[in-house]
Design a protein around this ligand. Structure first.
Ligand code: UDP
Ligand code: MG
Length: 325
């Protein structure tokens, strides 16, 4: 939002964008790993690392400022509060100045050295390089189970485009893919879906997802649910159509019941003073359906409202200076 990307030519070869939320425990390790990486890359490429502090409440920002003072390639911006992972990542994408931009998590679950292979793929002409994990070590069965249920659902619902299964937000984007992504204006950003929508030339590299190095997950259950809802609702309006199916399914027993009564009445001369169980049942079933789909409609209407308000996605409260400004 703050930088006019379309007119700006890339200033460096490779940018790393890393969202940070309360990662003070792991930051020293991360910076050390990045330093190693920079050493390796510096022979061939100019590199910048951009930390986006997503309103951390711990020491993260102080550590970022310290690291930025020490390493000229490293810079940090601080958002005015916690805006969420996808927005922090978006901020990084909008500020990054590389010909290739690599996003990864701060907890070293995405091993930085994998990015070297991503850069190779980019050199071979790929615009989007996904890092696909082959193993999720050190994650609870609950996380694994919910993640695979999530991917199953997304694959069935996807309206347009989708990223490969088991690719997180660890990816490389070429400059033109980045411009395309930054031009997508929606506010409930499910970045994996948006990147899938872009198309262009894609490639994948495989890696083993590591356990979190320090601290705990910043995606508690509620945040995960919100993320999943965003993913489904932002990429597909198919759930709205479920209303028809549900209505049909719910009405089937009643049609059956009606038929049964008719037969009794016509052929067996049974008296017809029955009533309230079927009444209650129908009220409950249809009532539930209606409420469910009002809620679902609400999801979409709420998002339309958010889009229409057109607020900025995030506010930056502080930033360290880049080496050349
Ligand atoms: N994160 C963030 N804002 C948030 C939550 C998470 O910037 O509100 C960052 C976090 O610091 C990490 C990345 O997003 O760099 C992924 O979060 P985490 O590792 O906790 O997610 P998980 O790997 O458990 O899915
Ligand atoms: Mg993690």
């Amino acid at each position: 939002m703050t930088e006019d990307h379309d007119t700006e030519l890339p200033a460096v070869d490779v940018s790393y964008v890393i969202p940070i939320y309360d990662e003070a425990d792991g930051l020293p390790d991360l910076v050390a790993a990045l330093e190693e990486l920079l050493d390796e890359l510096s022979a061939e490429y100019s590199v910048e690392v951009l930390f986006v502090d997503d309103g951390s409440r711990d020491d993260s920002w102080r550590l970022i400022v310290e690291a930025a003072d020490r390493l000229p390639q490293l810079a940090g911006v601080r958002l005015s509060r916690n805006f969420g992972h996808q927005v922090a990542l978006t901020c990084g994408y909008q500020l990054a100045r590389g010909r290739a931009v690599i996003s990864m998590d701060a907890d070293l679950q995405d091993p930085p050295e994998v990015s070297l292979r991503m850069i190779e793929e980019w050199e071979n002409g790929a615009d989007i390089v996904y890092a696909v994990r082959t193993a999720r070590r050190g994650e609870t069965w609950f996380k694994r189970a919910t993640a695979s249920a999530f991917y199953w659902l997304i694959e069935r619902l996807r309206g347009t485009g989708s990223a490969p299964r088991n690719s997180a937000d660890f990816r490389l984007l070429s400059h033109r893919a980045l411009i395309a992504l930054n031009a997508l204006p929606e506010r409930h950003r499910y970045i994996r879906g948006l990147v899938g929508w872009i198309g262009l030339h894609t490639a994948t590299v495989h890696y083993e997802r590591q356990p979190r190095r320090a601290g705990s997950t910043k995606y508690p259950l509620l945040k995960m649910l919100r993320f999943a809802t965003d993913a489904i609702v932002s990429m597909s309006s198919r759930p709205l159509r479920l209303a028809y199916v549900m209505a049909l399914l719910a009405s089937l027993p009643f049609l059956g019941y009606l038929g049964y009564n008719l037969v009794q009445w016509l052929f067996f001369d049974v008296e017809m003073v029955r009533g309230w169980p079927s009444l209650i049942l129908s009220v409950i079933t249809f009532g539930t359906c209606i409420l469910l789909f009002m809620g679902l409609l609400g999801e979409y209407v709420g998002r339309i409202y958010d889009e229409v308000k057109g607020r900025p996605l995030y506010l930056i409260s502080e930033r360290t200076s880049w080496d050349d400004d």
